[in-house]
Design a protein around this ligand. Structure first.
Ligand SMILES: Nc1ncnc2c1ncn2[C@@H]1O[C@H](COP(=O)(O)OP(=O)(O)OP(=O)(O)O)[C@@H](O)[C@H]1O
Ligand SMILES: O=P(O)(O)OC[C@H]1O[C@](O)(CO)[C@@H](O)[C@@H]1O
Ligand SMILES: [Mg+2]
Length: 958
């Protein structure tokens, strides 16, 4: 049988081939008698119409060999009525709908046609017969050929039993006159039976990145041979059920979703699901739709609901069975609920994960707004109270406070009495004003409370600032703007990696596997226990409600506590009473080396202000090593001079790529000696890495370098060994991604257009790979792999086929990311020309080069907040190592540069997997670096690269 059926419901046509005249005639009679009402018959072609909707074409192609084979197959099928499932024995079967399956069954009996009846656990209301050409023809009373939901109240199954669930199903069409719309996938019934069906829902407040998660789940499920279903409108869709709310999704249904804001499968706050009855309905509908596993993308509430659903599942099933709403077979098949949580919420209030999908996008919106407010506040010398979201959680307020150097924040996790917060805020604001600051920014979390649990509102804060301090004060409530817009790169990638991992997790799960929650810790996607995570999250809320704030803080993730301590140290500290005693205070040199990168200034600002809070003296070496050697460009950093640096782009103290050896290492030692530096913090990329190596190796000759030295990696190439993240790489990625989004829109509108976007990154393909993942690009070419002709040919062929398939009917444009150094022979323009000429006229390719836009404008909140975190850790490193090294300093006879303890005093501070670590420069330089290529030996983002390819179905040459 040749099926030629468009994949659109209600418009189907089908061609059936006969290979002998006899069977051709019999087939016409069969279809006329059995289902079809009208026909037009010619000697070798007949067209039959079913209610004017479905057309069936019969064609005669005399071929006795094929006919013999068909006869054999019919005999085999007939003898296997009881033993084998016919649907699995033929490549495809055609399924029609009926409102009365019993009538259909009787007509088969009357016509003495062979039949196979199901109920079974998969298809409780179907029967199958054979046409005279050996094709398996199905009849079902379900809503569509694959659903298990009956069409009408009171429908009976094939064996005549009534189904309890039918009583609440609204009446559907009279299906005597409607054929099911068989789709190619729907007709391969045997295969579908064995496929796992994975459902994905988004729930709670929408969050940017949820769509990217849905895309990843759908495509990963399909690529692993499963069916993917979207549960529309969160738990509401589960409670309501039916094909309107539980929809099968195909590969193309999620095209372009990685860049969308909100959630396109809908979300809701569903009160009914909080009741057992609602969850009972949800369970029934899931089983009716044949869903084996459910992935929930939502916040703490949604995952609490998921956890409850899972724990109640056995009793829900028991009740459904006892009230005959599901069959015994369904009870057995769906006995274990396979559920998995991915955390999607702008609040970032779920324990055990560092970030929730959407939180950094909301933070981005908040920081942009505060950056804008800052300008007008500065003009009028005003105070602003900015209210941000976060119902029971202060993460957004805290991280926004760090990113924008706000004067004060009010969050639910650290409440004080009304008197205390008013006094504390007033004293800090007054201190800042006295030091010369013209603006005051106070950020209030929506859920901020005092220690008697009474809410602190923006108006309360406004009152203190205006009445007590006499400041001209305004309130800005950011509201739902925070949840809007396209996701930032981090959220797109996080959502994608979590969606993929969620599918892997449900496929790995057995009946006894605890339900997983997909988390992220530093740079690593991890699986946590859903039950434990929900329990921990709840215990934080309980501790707050019982006013045990210490416990609440202790239960909070360590990273949150670290951020809070950092904020207080750099924004609120009193520099007149530093925390360290005078003999422990140090002179710390700070230098930028390499190209500009987002977050460099934030790091300098944070380390300098933190130094001030500790009592250290921070010195900036302006304009890198060459500035020091040529102009003795050393100046101590003053608080007022650095106002605004936390959020500014570029490098305020100047940077260049010159290394100490190129500048004059002896001269550098001289100045280190002259200023009596006790420690050095370098911020920069690969040249900074090389600088640290040179200074450490020079310790034998120059005692001035026998001080703790640490590198904070900062480069958009993200190629510094010893870390998986460099400051500036996030800012650059967002700049590139936004550029790509715009270009992609142009490509889509033009239909047959592909853009080759050439990006920076030196010899590292990190930026190209990450942008490809974030934008859903068709391919990325990177220096680590080069561009082979075989791969290029494969990619062009694939692209030509994709463009051919859409025939310009829908928005369809493609992107390719190419690192500038992926191929010297093929710059972007040449690559685009080759692709156009080899595309067979299916598409044309154009080059687009964003260039230095990638160095970013203002640093992203991720780069700002990570800069602060790394900067404070770096100062801590200098303090710790200074004690160990001070004895050896100046006494050559005692100093041993090869001593392990000494080696460890010159290190790179990096994120490695789920940890933030110091690794000594010797180890990194000698064993982990491809020095000539200026990249690490191990590519930490290879996994992301493979996923980027899989999600666009890119094939790779071996
Ligand atoms: N304890 C619970 N039992 C059953 N279902 C729950 C429970 N808590 C929440 N839910 C379900 O999850 C939905 C979403 O929860 P909630 O409104 O708390 O948002 P959330 O998932 O925490 O997301 P966000 O806080 O980001 O908006 C609720 O409307 C409800 O359907
Ligand atoms: O959009 P809604 O339903 O008004 O909910 C607002 C709440 O949702 C969140 O944005 C996410 O939980 C909270 O920060 C906020 O309190
Ligand atoms: Mg919540």
């Amino acid at each position: 049988m040749t099926l030629d059926i468009p994949l659109v419901n209600g418009t189907s046509s089908c061609t059936v081939n006969a290979y002998s005249e006899e069977s051709y005639k019999k087939a016409i009679e069969f279809y006329k008698t059995f289902l079809f009402l009208e026909h037009r018959s010619l000697s070798s072609t007949s067209t039959l119409l079913f209610n004017g909707i479905v057309s069936l074409k019969l064609e005669l192609h005399p071929d006795s060999v094929k006919q013999q084979k068909i006869n054999l197959r019919i005999e085999e099928l007939k003898t296997n009525v009881a033993k084998k499932d016919w649907r699995g024995m033929v490549p495809e079967s055609l399924v029609f709908n009926t409102s009365d399956i019993l009538v259909a069954k009787q007509s088969l009996v009357d016509l003495k046609l062979p039949k196979q009846c199901y109920p079974n656990e998969f298809f409780p209301m179907q029967l199958y017969t054979l046409d005279p050409l050996g094709n398996v023809i199905g009849v079902t009373s379900t809503k569509n050929a694959v659903s298990t939901k009956p069409t009408k109240p009171g429908v009976q199954d094939v064996e005549g039993r009534s189904s309890a669930l039918t009583s609440r199903v609204p009446s559907y069409t009279n299906l005597k006159t409607h054929a099911a719309a068989p789709s190619k996938s729907a007709t391969i019934a045997g295969d579908r039976m064995s496929q796992k069906a994975i459902g994905i829902m988004t729930s709670g407040g929408d969050a940017p990145g949820m769509d990217a998660c849905v895309r990843a789940v759908v495509r990963t499920a399909i690529s692993k041979g499963c069916r993917a279903y979207a549960i529309m409108e969160g738990y509401e869709g589960l409670v309501r059920g039916g094909p309107e709310y539980i929809k099968e999704f195909g590969w193309d249904d999620v095209r372009g979703w990685s860049s969308l804001g909100g959630t396109d499968i809908g979300t809701a706050r569903c009160m009914e699901f909080k009741q057992r009855e609602g969850r009972l309905k949800g369970a029934q509908h899931m089983i009716e739709a044949g869903i084996d596993a459910l992935i929930v993308c939502g916040g703490d509430g949604s995952l609490t609901g998921a956890d409850l659903f899972r724990s109640e599942w056995p009793s829900l099933l028991q009740e459904l069975l006892e009230t005959r709403r599901i069959t015994e077979q369904q009870f057995t098949r769906y006995k274990h609920l396979n559920i998995c949580g991915t955390v999607g919420s702008i609040d970032n209030d779920m324990s055990t994960t560092d970030a929730t999908i959407g939180a950094y996008s909301a933070l981005d919106r908040i920081c942009t707004a505060i950056d804008y407010v800052e300008a007008t506040a500065n003009s009028h010398s005003r105070a602003f109270v900015v209210e941000v979201m976060g119902r029971n959680c202060g993460w957004l307020a805290l991280l926004a406070g760090i990113s924008t150097s706000a004067d004060y924040i009010l969050i639910p996790e650290k409440p004080s009495s009304s008197r205390e917060w008013e006094e504390q805020m007033s004293s800090i604001v007054t201190k800042h004003r006295k030091r010369g600051k013209r603006t005051t920014i106070v950020i209030v979390a929506e859920g901020a409370i005092a220690n008697d649990l009474t809410p602190i509102t923006s108006k309360d804060v406004h009152k203190v600032l205006s009445e007590k301090l006499g400041l001209d004060t305004r309130i800005t409530t950011l509201g739902h703007v925070q949840r809007g817009g396209s996701p930032v790169a981090y959220d797109r990638i996080l959502a994608t990696l979590q969606g993929v991992e969620a599918v892997n997790a449900v496929l790995d799960s057995g009946p006894d596997t605890p339900s997983p929650l997909i988390a992220v810790n530093e740079n690593k996607i991890t699986r946590k226990s859903l039950v434990e995570s929900v329990k921990l999250t709840k215990s934080v809320a309980e501790a707050i409600h019982s006013k045990d704030f210490k416990k609440a803080m202790a239960l909070r993730d360590t990273e949150f506590v670290e951020h809070l301590n950092n904020f207080m140290a750099i924004n609120s500290a009193d520099h007149n009473t530093p925390s360290l005693s005078s003999e422990r205070r140090l002179k710390i040199a700070i230098v930028n080396v390499g190209a500009p990168a987002g977050g460099i200034n934030s790091a300098v600002y944070s380390m300098a202000t933190y130094c001030m809070s500790r009592g250290h003296k921070p010195y900036a070496i302006y304009n890198g090593w060459s500035g020091l050697c040529r102009h003795e460009s050393v100046r101590s950093l003053e608080w007022k001079d650095m106002l605004g640096w936390q959020g500014s782009g570029g490098s305020e103290i100047g940077t260049n790529r010159v290394t100490p050896e190129e500048a004059d290492i002896g001269m550098i030692a001289y100045y280190f000696q002259k200023y009596q530096f006790d420690g050095l913090i370098i911020v920069g990329g690969f040249e900074a890495f090389a600088s640290l190596n040179q200074l450490e190796r020079a310790r034998d000759s120059y005692s001035a370098f026998r001080i703790p030295m640490v590198l904070i990696p900062a480069t958009l190439s993200n190629n510094v060994p010893g870390t998986e993240y460099s400051l500036g790489s996030d800012t650059a990625l967002n700049a590139l991604m936004e550029y790509c989004d715009v270009i992609k829109q142009s490509a889509s509108a033009t239909r047959g257009r592909l853009f080759v976007v050439e990006c920076q990154g030196g010899n590292s393909g990190y930026l190209a790979t990450s942008a490809a993942l974030a934008c859903g690009a068709q391919a990325s070419y990177i220096p680590e792999e080069g561009i082979s002709l075989d791969q290029l040919t494969l990619d062009i062929e694939f692209l030509a086929k994709s463009f051919e398939r859409t025939e310009g009917r829908s928005r369809f444009g493609k992107l390719i990311l190419k690192s500038a150094n992926a191929s010297k022979a093929l710059p972007a323009e040449a690559l685009a020309d080759v692709m156009t000429s080899e595309s067979g006229g299916m598409f044309d390719a154009k080059a687009a080069i964003p260039g230095h836009i990638q160095q970013g404008g203002l640093p992203s909140p991720i780069d700002r907040t990570r800069a602060t975190r790394l900067a404070i850790k770096a100062v801590g490193f200098i303090e710790d190592k200074q004690t160990a090294i001070s004895e050896a300093r100046g006494a050559d006879s005692v100093f041993d540069a090869h001593d392990k303890a000494m080696i460890d005093t010159a290190a790179v501070l990096g994120v490695r997997g789920s940890h933030v670590l110091f690794t000594n420069i010797r180890k990194l330089w000698d064993t982990e670096t491809e020095v000539g290529k200026r990249i690490p030996k191990v590519i930490h983002w290879q996994g992301a690269r493979d996923i980027a390819d899989k999600l666009v179905d890119r094939k790779r040459v071996d």
